[in-house]
Structure formats: structure tokens, C-alpha cells
Design a protein around this ligand. Structure first.
Ligand code: CU
Length: 141
């Protein structure tokens, strides 16, 4: 008889624990999703990406040293580049090795971005001062 009571008590205990755990689990999940909602994420919205591994020749074959390598923008709009590579790169107007002097980002650190607005129509060729094979264009329409 005592054994039966102990068994029932153990079963009851386990059931209560399971119910309690599931309730606790549910409520902590709720708190977590609230935290996620209030978390502020800072994302750089880039128009042109300098992808990984462009510091050695090869990206020029597929024209992917800057992605896209030809970006068309409306007059007055800006373009943002982001360096997603682990090496330094630049966004420098002109053709290697002669910068035209219109714009120059200087050496961009990994994950550094550079924004420029284009207020006049034209085709703007640019390149990377560190890697002669890296070249692309901004077309302002
Ligand atoms: Cu480069």
C-alpha cells in the first residue's frame, strides 16, 4: 500500500515538473523574441560590393572585382561601396595607374564603406590603386 502511494506521488511529481518546465520554456521563449524585436541592427546598405579574394588576379576574367561592375544611377543619387574582402582596396576614378582626380576613397579597410553622390551625367571609370586588374564603372543617367 505504501509502495503504491509513493509510486503515485513520484508520477505526480514528474508530471508537475514537466508541466512547469514547458510553461517556463514557453515564457522564456516569449521574452527572447521580445529582446530580438528591440535589438537594433546596423546594416550598411551597399550598392557595390568589393567581394572576397579580389586582391589576386582572376576576378577580372568574369568582371566581378566590383559587383556590379557597371552600376547605373540616376543623376543626383549616391553610390555606396563596401569592402567585404580582408585586404585593403580603393575606389579611385580613372584608369590604372592614372587617377583622374575626380574621386578617391583611399585605402578602404575590411568592411569599411565609401559613399559618393553623382551630380553630373556621364560614365565614371574607376579602379583600385592596389590591384591593377580591379576596374569598374558608374554610369549616371
Ligand atoms: Cu584592390
Amino acid at each position: 500500500m505504501i509502495k503504491k502511494i509513493i509510486t503515485i506521488a513520484i508520477i505526480l511529481g514528474i508530471s508537475i515538473s514537466i508541466i512547469g518546465l514547458s510553461l517556463f520554456g514557453y515564457s522564456s521563449e516569449e521574452i527572447n523574441s521580445e529582446e530580438t524585436k528591440t535589438k537594433v541592427e546596423e546594416i550598411v546598405k551597399a550598392d557595390v560590393i568589393i567581394p572576397i579574394k579580389v586582391s589576386r588576379p582572376g576576378c577580372d576574367i568574369e568582371d566581378i572585382c566590383y559587383i556590379p561592375s557597371n552600376i547605373i544611377v540616376e543623376k543626383g543619387k549616391s553610390v555606396t561601396w563596401i569592402n567585404e574582402d580582408s585586404s585593403f582596396h580603393s575606389v579611385t576614378s580613372g584608369f590604372y595607374p592614372e587617377p583622374s582626380g575626380l574621386f578617391d576613397s583611399g585605402h578602404l579597410d575590411p568592411y569599411q564603406s565609401y559613399t559618393l553622390s553623382f551630380d553630373e551625367y556621364g560614365v565614371y571609370d574607376y579602379f583600385c590603386t592596389l590591384h591593377p586588374w580591379m576596374k569598374a564603372q558608374v554610369i549616371v543617367e
